[in-house]
Design a protein around this ligand. Structure first.
Ligand code: KIV
Length: 272
């Protein structure tokens, strides 16, 4: 008997908590549009992140800073329409939550109301705690993000591994605890030493999802376009490529162009 889409059970923040408890690793990927989100969801990913990495991979910007709240809501709504199982988390874009908890709450409410997503993510520790607490008062689940936080790239100056020095590692440990105590349902740790990430994952009760943070965490996240090999320029050590879609897609398109030029497409069976 085939399972109808209505029978598919949605992943919730509670399910993720149980997965951590049971030691079942959580699989998370980004998506930004309806068609790819459908594939990601049907392949069994637990959490889909509508990341502000859309600014890079969808819009071609050098950083995540330019993407707007309206653009994030557009991407998120498209992803929501393509998914039946995954929990959908949306990044609050740069400038919509820092230093202004009321603004943060309004941004989060717009995302939830206008896109139909299930949670928001924002970058930072103690400096954005007021915003996190205010968003949580509206019953909106919040995912934290520590370590390499790309919205602060002009402060860091580089995308190298974070928290290698003890002072920064200690601050990260403390921030992880603060986010847990504030009520975040999960935490992303980006590009930090594996030993530190594992220590943080053990020290908090909420799921910790890593990107470039080793195996000792509760789940993994990658940017979809990177793991599918659509982007060939981005090759950090942590990235495993599961496909080489750059070559597959350009090969298919070159064949199409050649067929059109040779008047081989359309053939007799491909016309009315
Ligand atoms: O925007 C994004 O894709 C992210 C992931 C790298 C975690 O924040």
């Amino acid at each position: 008997m085939s399972t109808s889409l209505k029978d598919v059970k949605r992943v919730t923040t509670h399910v993720l908590q149980e997965m951590k408890h049971r030691g079942t690793p959580i699989a998370m990927l980004t998506a930004y549009d309806y068609s790819l989100a459908r594939l990601v969801d049907s392949a069994g990913v637990d959490v889909i992140l509508v990341g502000d990495s859309a600014s890079n991979v969808m819009a071609g910007h050098e950083t995540t800073l330019p993407i707007t709240l309206d653009q994030m809501i557009y991407h998120a709504g498209s992803v929501v329409r393509g998914c039946h199982r995954a929990l959908i988390v949306v990044d609050l874009p740069f400038g919509t939550y820092q230093g202004n908890s009321k603004g943060a709450l309004n941004s989060a409410i717009r995302i939830m109301k206008e896109s139909g997503a299930h949670a928001v993510k924002l970058e930072g520790g103690r400096e954005v705690l007021g915003s996190i607490e205010r968003i949580l008062t509206a019953g909106i689940p919040v995912m934290g993000h520590l370590g390499l936080t790309p919205q602060s790239i002009y402060k860091f100056g580089t995308y190298v591994v974070r928290a290698k020095e003890e002072a920064e590692a200690q601050r990260l440990r403390e921030d992880a605890k603060l986010l847990e105590q504030a009520g975040c349902f999960a935490l992303v740790l980006e590009k930090i030493p594996a030993a530190l990430a594992a220590e943080v994952a053990r020290s908090v009760s909420i799921p910790v999802i890593g990107i470039g943070a080793g195996q000792g965490v509760d789940g993994q996240v990658l940017v979809l376009h990177d793991m599918l090999g659509i982007n060939t320029e981005f090759r950090p050590r942590f990235l495993r490529r599961y496909a080489d879609l750059h070559d597959v897609i350009t090969g298919a398109i070159s064949s199409y162009v050649a067929d059109v030029r040779a008047k081989d497409f359309p053939n007799a069976g491909e016309q009315y």
